[in-house]
Structure formats: structure tokens, C-alpha cells
Ligand binder design. Structure first.
Ligand SMILES: [Zn+2]
Length: 162
């Protein structure tokens, strides 16, 4: 597995990425019982599991003992009990780049059309040119809106491309 992304809608959100830095920002009133678990770093070239701290900057990494690479895959599991209206975001950045190549939003989002809070998942993956949005009615579990398109062709609400 190399730089792939896996997401589950709702309470559990798992990201595998080649991010150099991953940040996770729960909403201010998010449940303090929520946990963020970092998996062991792995070499992104050969897949070997490595005994080094998570999110170690690239210039402090030892080359992979098997293949010599300093690229890493880091898995992050964000498991939060989302209260109504809570949301969380996660961003991943490549080494030396300010703009995240991956952004995830999961949580409550107010629908003006339906006049109620909906559960929303949004994934922006600039590397793979993906814009994915899924809105679920939290009461019925019904998916009321689903968008999966190329980010470069996305003509939605504007903020996604910034
Ligand atoms: Zn390796």
C-alpha cells in the first residue's frame, strides 16, 4: 500500500498517507474522551515497519534499514464520539509544503435547505484530484447528498480549492 486513503463516514476516520506532518483538530467542544492514535511509521517504499517516533521530521529520520528510503507512511486513527454539531478536521502535508495535500472534514453541518443539522464527510485530496462529499441524515441514516468528482472540476462552494 502506497499513499492510499481509507475513510469511514461518521465516528471513525482513518487516514493513511505519506504526510510529513499530520494535524488533527477537534472542535472546541468535542468530546474530551475522543482518541487519536498514531500507527507505527512505515517505509513508504518497501513497507517495513520502523521503530521511530511518529511525525519525526524528515531530516531526523534514519534511512530505512531495508531500502534506505526516508519516505514514511503514517497511519492516524481519529476516534471521537461526536456530539451533535461537533466536527473534526484532519490535514496532511508533504514535506516542505505549506498547503495540505489532504483535508478531511467529518461532523455536523447545518443544511439550510433541510433546516437541520446533517452529518457530513468531506475529503479533499489534491494529489489524487479528488473531491468527495457525503451528507447523511443523522436521524434516518439516509445519504441525502453524494458528490465524488475531480477536485479540478469541482464547482461547489468555493472554499475547497483554496
Ligand atoms: Zn524501506
Amino acid at each position: 500500500m502506497r499513499d492510499s486513503t481509507l475513510l469511514n463516514l461518521g465516528r471513525l476516520c482513518v487516514i493513511y498517507s505519506k504526510a510529513n506532518e499530520l494535524e488533527h483538530k477537534p472542535a472546541t467542544n468535542a468530546n474530551p474522551m475522543g482518541t487519536t492514535t498514531f500507527g507505527k511509521p512505515r517505509c513508504s517504499d518497501c513497507g517495513r515497519e520502523l521503530e521511530e517516533p511518529t511525525n519525526l521530521p524528515a531530516d531526523q529520520r534514519q534511512p530505512c534499514p531495508t531500502c534506505g528510503s526516508s519516505s514514511r507512511i503514517q497511519s492516524v486513527t481519529i476516534n471521537e464520539t461526536l456530539e451533535l454539531h461537533d466536527s473534526l478536521t484532519a490535514k496532511g502535508r508533504h514535506e516542505g509544503q505549506k498547503r495540505p495535500f489532504i483535508e478531511v472534514f467529518s461532523g455536523a453541518d447545518f443544511s439550510h435547505r433541510l433546516k437541520k443539522w446533517m452529518q457530513k464527510l468531506r475529503l479533499i485530496d489534491r494529489d489524487k484530484d479528488i473531491y468527495h462529499e457525503e451528507v447523511t441524515d443523522p436521524d434516518t441514516g439516509e445519504v441525502v447528498h453524494k458528490t465524488k468528482e475531480k477536485l479540478t472540476e469541482h464547482t461547489g462552494h468555493g472554499s475547497a480549492k483554496n
